[in-house]
Write a protein that binds this ligand. Structure first.
Ligand SMILES: *Cc1c(COP(=O)(O)O)cnc(C)c1O
Length: 470
């Protein structure tokens, strides 16, 4: 394969502060070994998230200057609305300050006690917004998605049989809609095929259920379809995107992902009555329907971002460079979730560090060492994030992963090569990585604020190993 060159030139730069290991030890101790507690200026390569971290283009910054900040009827809104409609063809486009605000509005109306919302796999804010209303969020992804080494090309697909059984078991009257997340963020950024969307749509039509798309990474998903689904190999990404949305009755969107901006989102839908209710709630919680929690300049930047994100040279670079990182780690003997997803590479820390038991947080241990060794910040997605139960007990999560989420258009290949070198070195000395222990934690969402210390012996390893078997 030829070198993937970034399909952009750099006009404006942001310096990275270089630090030494000794300095990073100080910063991390001050943050109680929690990477969320670091100052971002003390990070060399920041892979904490791809959300809201995109570089905007010169054209987007130019659009920002044309933003009109009128309270009602701003031309920036109509530009935004036109750009979203052009891709999605939904009738009502409702701007929100980010994706979760769109979810909050939608599920406040259609959720509630006794209701169930199926998805391939709910993102955590989606699940939280559904469950906050008393409804239940249910994941119906195909079984292949749970095997980190299964090379199925569309590991984001929903299991159609599970969906039909689910509808028959719980009753169509208790299911307000079916949702599909593209790409499946919580499952490793894995795509959903058009074939699968068509089959889901058939089931929805059979039972008279609306289909909504959690569209955060619609463009990355469309590029995977072009690369992996035979029928679409000669179709433009723009047409694939339009076809994808054509099967749906609405979508929620975080513009912080595939709209290439730092803040924003929307709810889009065709149902007139639902749109009316949503706009009423919007006025209550976000703002007037022509700005909805955003400035006019933000709406402009989204409109321009939506033109740029479907550019196939951009998407080729995006998907291929994420794969480049993942496949090089794989070749270096580091266990990663495969196939490599669109926005992130996930390291299987439990497989990489068998000397650290799940309840000693192998993912946290690896994330800590990545920072100490090379100033790389990544995110533990494992027992720290999911292990604490509502009754205060702790069990191991299904997997202990470390996510390297790649901001869009931010880092060059030499940054990525630096990460590969650093992880290769860490892997060569992985026996030295230490178990971790939590010294303080809140009762919920502990990964953001928990405090850790390193454990110097793993005498208790055996005991902990037994504790997690489930
Ligand atoms: C980020 C994300 C959301 C929530 O969007 P925010 O803008 O962070 O509120 C919802 N679903 C998926 C799949 C996401 O990745």
């Amino acid at each position: 394969m030829k070198t993937i060159i970034e399909p952009f030139k750099i006009k404006s730069v942001e310096p990275i502060k270089m630090t030494t290991r000794a300095e990073r030890e100080q910063y991390l101790q001050a943050a109680h070994f929690n990477l969320f507690g670091l100052k971002s200026e003390d990070v060399i390569i920041d892979f904490l998230t791809d959300s809201g971290t995109s570089s905007m283009s010169a054209k987007q910054w130019a659009s920002v200057m044309t933003g009109d900040e009128s309270y009602a009827g701003s031309p920036s809104f109509f530009k935004f609305e036109k750009a979203v409609k052009n891709l999605t063809n939904f009738q009502y486009i409702i701007p929100t300050h980010q994706g979760r605000a769109a979810e909050k509005i939608l599920f406040s109306i259609i959720g509630g006690k006794g209701k169930l919302i199926p998805n391939n796999r709910h993102f955590d804010t989606t699940r939280a917004n559904i469950e906050y209303t008393g409804a239940k969020a249910v994941d119906l992804v195909i079984d292949e998605a749970n095997d980190p080494q299964n090379l199925h090309p569309f590991k984001g697909n929903m299991d159609i049989n599970k969906l039909e059984q689910f509808i028959n078991m719980h009753g169509v009257e208790n299911i307000p809609l079916v949702m599909v997340t593209v790409t499946n963020n919580s499952g490793g950024g894995q795509p959903v095929s058009i074939q699968n969307i068509r089959e889901i749509k058939q089931v929805c039509l059979k039972y008279g259920l609306p289909l909504f798309i959690d569209a955060c990474r619609f463009a990355e998903n469309a590029y995977f379809i072009k690369m992996r689904e035979e029928e679409f190999k000669h179709t433009s990404v723009e047409d694939i995107v339009k076809e994808l949305f054509s099967y749906a009755d609405g979508c929620t969107m975080s513009a912080k992902k595939d709209a290439l901006v730092n803040i924003g989102g929307w709810l889009a839908l065709n149902d007139t009555k639902l749109a009316e209710q949503a706009r009423n709630l919007l006025i209550l919680t976000e703002g007037f329907p022509t700005y909805g929690g955003l400035a006019g300049r933000d709406l402009e930047a989204i409109a321009t971002g939506l033109e740029e994100v479907i550019d196939e040279d951009y998407l080729h670079y995006r998907i291929v460079s994420t794969t480049y990182l993942g496949e090089h780690l794989h070749k270096a003997g580091i266990p990663v979730v495969r196939p490599i997803g669109g926005h992130a590479v996930y390291i299987d820390a439990r497989a990489m560090l068998p000397h650290i038991a799940p309840l000693q947080y192998p993912g946290q241990s690896l994330a800590v060492e990545m920072y100490l060794h090379a100033g790389i910040r990544a995110c533990e997605i494992g027992t720290v994030m999911f292990g604490l139960q509502p009754d205060g007990t702790e069990i191991a999560a299904d997997m202990d992963l470390v996510r390297l989420a790649i901001p869009r258009r931010v880092y060059t290949q030499s940054h990525i090569d630096y990460v590969i070198e650093a992880l290769t070195e860490i892997n060569e000395n992985k026996q030295q990585l230490k178990p971790m222990k939590i010294t303080w934690q809140p009762s919920q969402l502990r990964h953001f604020t928990a405090r850790f210390s390193m454990v110097n012996s793993n005498l208790n390893n055996q005991l902990l190993q037994q504790a997690f078997v489930k």
